[in-house]
Design a protein around this ligand. Structure first.
Ligand code: EPU
Length: 339
C-alpha cells in the first residue's frame, strides 16, 4: 500500500487553469483506490469536508478552501472489443482528456475526434457532460466507477443512471458532492466515422474527405484560433452556459432590432449563444484590472494575474448588462469554490 502524503496550507494556484491564487487547508494527490480510502479516513477522523479536484480546468477558486482537497491522479487504460466493430475503453480518472483522444485515434478507436483539445481530466468529463462541435460525452459513455465519500464504497453507474443533460449530470444534481469518480468507460468504433453537422466544423472541413484525423486536426485548429491556451492565458473555457429562451423570450431579446443566432431545441425553446449576448453588450476584449474577456471569444473570461473575487465581479457586471439589454439570465458554467 502506497503511503499517502497530506500537505497543509497547500497552494492551488498551479493546479487550476484560471491560475487563481488560493490555498487548501489540507491537500493530497491520490493514485489508487486504497489511497482514496486513506484520504477519506483522514478526513473523517478530523471531520473535514472533501473537495475533489481533477485537472482544475472548470473551477473558479474565489478564496481558500477549508478541509481536504483531494486531487484524483489515478492513471491507466484498458480495452476490450465488443460486438459490431466497437471497443469499450476504460480510462482512470487522472488521465488527461486530450491525450486520451489522441491515444484512441492512434489505436484506431474512433468517436472522440470532435472533443479534441478540451482541457481537463477524464474523471471530470461526466460531471458536466463535456461537449463540443456536435458531440457530447453521453453519446459515447457506457459507465463509470466511483467511490462514495461517506462510506468509501465503490459503485458503478451506467449512462441512464448518470442522467446526462446539456453540461449537466446527476453529479451536479442529486449526487452533488457525494462521489469521487475513479474510472470512465466509453464505447468507441473501430470503423472511421464522421460527425460534421456543426456549422463551424462543416465550413472548416469544406469538401475534403472527413477522416477522423482531419476532424481532430480541424477541431484543434478552430479551438486554437478562438480559445486561449490556459498555459499562456489562464481561463476555464466557457464561463457561462448558453441560455435557453422561449418564443416570447426571443421576441423580447430581439425587441431592440438585433437578430440573434439561435438553435431550436426539441422542446420548442431556443439555445442562444451567450457569447453573442456578451459581445453585443460590448465586453469582448474588455479588461477590468487584472481580469478580462477574451478578444476572440466573448464567452471566455481570462485572468492576467487577478483574483477569484475580481473575476466574479466581472462575471456579475456581464450578467447585469445582458439581463438589462436582453432580459436573459446567464448562468455561470464552471463551479465556484471558496465563496
Ligand atoms: N459568437 C459571438 N461572439 C463571440 C463568439 C461567438 O457572437 O465572441 C456567436 C457566433 O454567432 C457563433 C456563436 O456565438 O456562431 C457560437 O459560437 P461557438 O461556435 O464558438 O460556440 P459557443 O456556443 O460559444 C459552445 C460551447 C464550447 C464548445 C463550442 C463548440 C457552451 C457553454 N460552450 O460554445 O464549450 O467548444 O460550443 O461546440 O456550450 C466549454 O464548455 O468550456 C466550451 C469551450
Amino acid at each position: 500500500m502506497k503511503i499517502l502524503e497530506i500537505k497543509q496550507n497547500a497552494s492551488l494556484q498551479g493546479l487550476n487553469s484560471l491560475a487563481l491564487p488560493a490555498y487548501a487547508e489540507y491537500f493530497c494527490s491520490v493514485t489508487d483506490i486504497s489511497q482514496i480510502q486513506q484520504a477519506l479516513a483522514f478526513a473523517a477522523d478530523k471531520d473535514l469536508p472533501i473537495t475533489p479536484m481533477g485537472g482544475g480546468s472548470n473551477m473558479v477558486i474565489a478564496g481558500d478552501i477549508q478541509g481536504l482537497v483531494l486531487h484524483l491522479d489515478l492513471k491507466g487504460i484498458s480495452s476490450k472489443p465488443v460486438a459490431d466493430n466497437q471497443v469499450e475503453v476504460t480510462f482512470a480518472a487522472g488521465e488527461n482528456w486530450h491525450e486520451m483522444v489522441q491515444y484512441c485515434l492512434q489505436n484506431g478507436w474512433y468517436g472522440l475526434e470532435n472533443l479534441s483539445l478540451i482541457p481537463g481530466n477524464m474523471g471530470a468529463a461526466p460531471i458536466q457532460n463535456i461537449g463540443a462541435y456536435g458531440v457530447e460525452l453521453c453519446d459515447l459513455f457506457v459507465s463509470l466507477q466511483a467511490v462514495e465519500i461517506s462510506t468509501g464504497e465503490l459503485i458503478e453507474l451506467d449512462n441512464k443512471q448518470c442522467d446526462f443533460g446539456y453540461r449537466d449530470s446527476i453529479f451536479k444534481q442529486a449526487f452533488k458532492d457525494r462521489f469521487l469518480i475513479t474510472h470512465v468507460c466509453l464505447r468507441l468504433s473501430t470503423q472511421p466515422m464522421a460527425q460534421i453537422q456543426y456549422p463551424a466544423l462543416a465550413d472548416a472541413v469544406g469538401d475534403r474527405t472527413p477522416t477522423p484525423e482531419l476532424i481532430s486536426e480541424t477541431v484543434c485548429r478552430i479551438r486554437q484560433q478562438k480559445l486561449p491556451d490556459p498555459g499562456t492565458l489562464p481561463n476555464a473555457g466557457s464561463f457561462f452556459k448558453n441560455p435557453l429562451v422561449t418564443e416570447s423570450g426571443l421576441d423580447r431579446l430581439e425587441s431592440n432590432g438585433s437578430q440573434s443566432p439561435r438553435y431550436p431545441q426539441a422542446d420548442g425553446t431556443y439555445k442562444i449563444p451567450a457569447a453573442w449576448l456578451i459581445d453585443q453588450c460590448g465586453f469582448r476584449g474588455q479588461r477590468r484590472g487584472e481580469v478580462g474577456v477574451h478578444e476572440h471569444q466573448a464567452l471566455v473570461l481570462v485572468n492576467y494575474g487577478g483574483t477569484g473575487a475580481q473575476l466574479l465581479a466581472l462575471a456579475s457586471e456581464i450578467q447585469d448588462a445582458v439581463s438589462a439589454k436582453f432580459g436573459v439570465a446567464l448562468e455561470i458554467e464552471p463551479r465556484l469554490y471558496g465563496v
